[in-house]
Design a protein around this ligand. Structure first.
Ligand code: ZN
Length: 213
């Protein structure tokens, strides 16, 4: 694992990069990462992804107590739910990314597999993305819904709100949530145009080749 000082820099750098590319705006989005000692660094409540300060990230110890920094995002129950149900998760990211949110409002979605199989990397980086219903922001019920998935999913979509993705580290979680947004964008661009998605055989070949399940 990387030292905490570098982890702080990395969280802020990647958040700024996503903000500058319009993946989340204003003071939306939140991000967290495991520290070397089993604690967490978390983006503060009301903070802008474009201007996160490495020195002011909320710092939790391994027991879950806030020990330093600003008050954390109100979506803490959502982040905790991923860490508590996945032993290998090292980071969690949540965005209000436009195309994913648009896609979550469309009719006739497969709630168990929200993203259509359009590209190999969407499948390789995300697996099946579960569409969760609408909850009020910060509602502890969001965390409960993630816990209900029992660690079987690393990516969920909160309907009319935004995606949440967990990864082994900050880079992996950010790469995967960007892939989710890109795939949702492709789905919206091609919706109604009868696009040729990957076939079941092609999806199965990917799963076999890359040992995805
Ligand atoms: Zn949100």
């Amino acid at each position: 694992m990387i030292p905490e000082s570098r982890l702080r820099e990395q969280i802020c750098l990647l958040a700024k990069s996503m903000y500058e590319r319009g993946l989340t705006s204003g003071s939306t989005g939140n991000i967290s990462a495991r520290t070397e000692d089993g604690g967490l660094l978390v983006s503060p409540t009301g903070a802008c992804f474009g201007r996160l300060d490495p020195a002011r990230l909320s710092r939790f110890d391994a027991g879950g107590a806030l020990i330093d920094g600003d008050l954390p995002t109100k979506e803490m129950p959502l982040h905790s739910a991923f860490y508590d149900t996945h032993s290998t998760v090292g980071a969690v990211v949540h965005l209000h990314s436009c195309h994913s949110v648009a896609l979550s409002m469309m009719p006739d979605l497969d709630e168990d597999n929200f993203l259509p199989p359009l590209t190999p990397y969407g499948i390789m980086k995300l697996g099946k993305v579960k569409l969760l219903p609408f909850f009020l922001p910060g509602d502890a019920a969001i965390g409960q819904a993630v816990r209900g998935l029992a660690g079987k999913r690393t990516a969920v979509m909160l309907a009319n709100h935004g995606p949440v993705v967990a990864g082994k580290d900050v880079e992996a979680a950010c790469d995967a949530i960007e892939e989710l947004e890109d795939t949702a964008r492709l789905a919206m661009l091609t919706r109604g145009l009868n696009p040729r998605a990957l076939t079941n055989d092609q999806v199965q070949a990917l799963i076999t080749k890359f040992d995805l399940e």
